[in-house]
Design a protein around this ligand. Structure first.
Ligand SMILES: *Cc1c(COP(=O)(O)O)cnc(C)c1O
Length: 326
């Protein structure tokens, strides 16, 4: 199913390349994939909603934080294909709906605020309630990170390979924000299936574990299931998972000087916006790796922009304070 516009652009960040000598810096614009201000969940939702429709569902339920990009894009995608959408969001309802939360409502999603149950614990409960009312809901877990959703990023890898081939510019590294694991696992599978040499570097965004599982384990398990979707079973060895943990210490959704710096650098140098939660944290990580020459000299470094724009407007207070302080 098509929800966005692909291929998304891939181009050099010429000013950044000048700022980081020894590197050429490129960007893959999945923030520009066209649906509802874009982002990485669009590729996942193309597979997930296809699955929901094929199985005859009429409603989608998913969960996330109040500023979840995944929830906003699920609401938009459901609107586009004529599915009803229920969102299960942690915390209390705020007085003002802003950023992603505001947009999710505009797309017509029914929003449930679930207080301290912040990780979608109430999805089953709500599914039962609406089943009683005659709905046939399809449940999508946090971040859309199932083997079905991850197929979208295996495709993205093939798309990037074609673009590299076309331009003759092969990427030595691909750097991206990694959080619920679907993007990371999909890229790993695509890299394997389409035999690319680019090294994948995920920057961890959330220091907390999910249900007692480390993100590394989740990515490895998802990788096996994604490969299984392509008929490749009994994988003995999962390829090396590079997940850098050094930038998530402040915690999920906490904006520090690092994120602000990344936002300002890219905005001032290239006129491109990063979101404060995911892409700014990952972009800061990439700049830090280049500053410290941890990436091999004379290499091409690609940043995968995974979207998140509306969060900027939710965090305007933090961004203002930091601006005035700096
Ligand atoms: C969800 C999200 C990510 C992380 O992707 P996962 O597949 O959950 O690891 C990165 N960036 C943005 C903007 C996101 O919304």
């Amino acid at each position: 199913m098509t929800l966005g516009f692909f291929p998304t652009p891939m181009h050099e960040l010429k000013t950044l390349s000048k700022m980081f000598s020894g590197y050429r810096v490129f960007i893959k614009r999945d923030d520009l994939n066209g649906l509802a201000t874009g982002g990485n969940k669009v590729r996942k939702l193309e597979y997930l909603l296809q699955d929901a429709l094929e199985k005859g569902h009429d409603t989608v339920i998913t969960a996330g934080a109040q500023q979840s990009n995944h929830c906003r894009l699920t609401a938009a995608a459901c609107a586009k294909v004529g599915l009803k959408c229920h969102l299960v969001l942690g915390g209390q309802e705020p007085e003002q709906h802003e950023g992603n939360l505001l947009l999710s409502g505009l797309f017509g999603a029914k929003i449930h605020f679930t207080g301290d149950n912040r990780k979608g614990e109430d999805m089953q409960l709500i599914a039962e309630q609406i089943r009683k009312e005659g709905a046939n809901p399809y449940l999508i877990p946090y971040g859309g990170s199932t083997e079905i959703g991850a197929l979208g990023y295996s495709d993205a890898m093939l798309e990037m390979k074609s673009q590299m081939k076309e331009t003759g510019q092969w990427m030595d590294y691909i750097v991206f924000a990694s959080s619920s694991g679907g993007t990371h696992a999909g890229l790993l599978a695509g890299r394997e299936l389409h035999q690319l040499n680019s090294k994948l570097i995920g920057i961890s965004i959330d220091k907390d574990e999910t249900n007692g599982h480390s993100l590394e384990t989740i990515i490895a398990d998802l990788y096996r299931s994604v490969m299984g979707m392509y008929g490749i079973k009994n994988i003995k060895e999962v390829p090396g998972i590079e997940l850098l943990r050094g930038y998530d210490k402040a915690g999920y959704g906490v904006i520090t000087g690092n994120e602000l710096k990344a936002i300002k650098v890219l905005a001032e140098a290239e006129g491109i916006l990063l979101d404060p939660v995911y892409t700014a944290r990952a972009f800061y990580g990439m700049m830090d790796l280049m500053d410290r020459k941890e990436l091999k000299p004379n290499s091409n470094v690609l940043f995968l922009h995974t979207g998140g724009l509306p969060a900027i407007f939710h965090y305007s207070k933090e961004l203002n304070q930091k601006k005035n302080a700096g």
